[in-house]
Every structure is written in structure tokens, then in C-alpha cells.
Design a protein around this ligand. Sequence first.
Ligand SMILES: [Zn+2]
Length: 244
Amino acid sequence: MSDGDLRERVAEACRVLGALDLTKAATGHVSARIPGSNHALVRARGPGELGVRYTTAKQIIEVDLDGKLIGPPEEAGLETPIEVFIHTAVYRARPDVNAVVHVHPTTVVLFTICNKPLLPLYGAYDPGSLQLALEGIPTYERSILISTPELGAELARAIGQSSTCMMRGHGITTVGASVEEAALAAIHLNDLATVNYQARLLGDPVPIPKDEQDAFRRGPASPGGGAGRRVAALWRYYCALTGA
Ligand SMILES: [Zn+2]
């Protein structure tokens, strides 16, 4: 895959997550590791910027794992995001990760503010997002901007081997082997929080029974193909839904 293709996939993921209202106004970023290098592509700050939802490939910059701008040249006016260290620290800590999403979804943030857990409340309704509740979602307890390499490393430690992390009073970071996987993890986490939120409004939510949780923990049957195909199909759906 060329750098240009990867740039477009990072921009497309930004547009999907923005259109789904997964972040607060214009903030947030998606990145991808450039295969075979110690560099990554990430959404930039800069002139004419319209926020995550309207990101184009022109707003994607290349950085090294110290968070230093590699290109395009400074004259283009594009700057690294303040929280670029979220991305660089995860790439340093997790060789299995090729993409990172950082956004500020209000519903998830509410659960960190109120110290409420995200419970496994449903089964076949949405096994993809249920899986996150079964795995357990770590929380990074600080609410500050991740503006230094040290804070990035601290967040990466909180994420550990998980695919998602809630950040108290701030947002979420999700990771994946591909841009699509990391973006879908963010969508799943937001879906899980949305149902938990609505269930708490309606009454006293009850988790599904332990034996059913165990059945889903073993993984869903996949008569129609493997995990890669499911990710691709779901991603096509969200791209079509949002017109991204
Ligand atoms: Zn943030």
C-alpha cells in the first residue's frame, strides 16, 4: 500500500468518527504506522482546519516516534497535534498496533466522570461491542492533555494489551492492527456506553447471565467468514452510512 492510500484511510476514519459524533466538536485524531518504518501518519492542526469530521488527506502529516514533524515541510503550515504523544507512545510500546484513534465521545466520558462501569448488558444485540465489556476496559485516571512523551508512556502503560482505554474526564484511545480496526473499536466502545447510559435512564440494568457471558467470551460463530471479512464489511457499512 502506498503512503497516499494510507493517508486517505486515516482521513476517511476521521470523517467516519466525526460524522458519527464520536468526538467533541473539532478535536481528536487518527494515526497509522507507516509499514516498515519508525514513522506514522496523523491528522494535523493547521490552516483551514475544519476538524475531525471534515479531514482530507492533505491534513495528514508524517511524524517520527518522537512526535517530530517529518513532512510536509513547515511552510505548509501544518502542525503536529498537542497530543501526538498518545500515538507515538503506543507505537513504541505495542509492535502489534498499526493504528491509533483518540477522540472525546461525551457518553463514554460521562461514565468516567460518574465512576460507573460499562456492564455486559446484552448478547446477540451486538457481540462486537459486548466483547469490550467482557474483556474489561482500563481507565487512565488523569484528565490532563497528553502533551509530553512521559505522559504518552504513562497512558500506554494504562492501555497495556487492551484495544481500548477510557481517559477520565477526557476521552478514549483505541488501537488496532489496521485503521479500520482501531476506528471500529472506538465505535464499539461508544455503542456500549450508549446502551449502558440509556439502560440506566430507564431503570436498573442487569448484566446477562455468567454462562452467556462465557459463551460470548469464547467468540462468536462466524459462518460467513473470518474476522478480517467482518471488519471490512462493517467498515464499508459505516463509510456508506456517513458518506465518508
Ligand atoms: Zn484529547
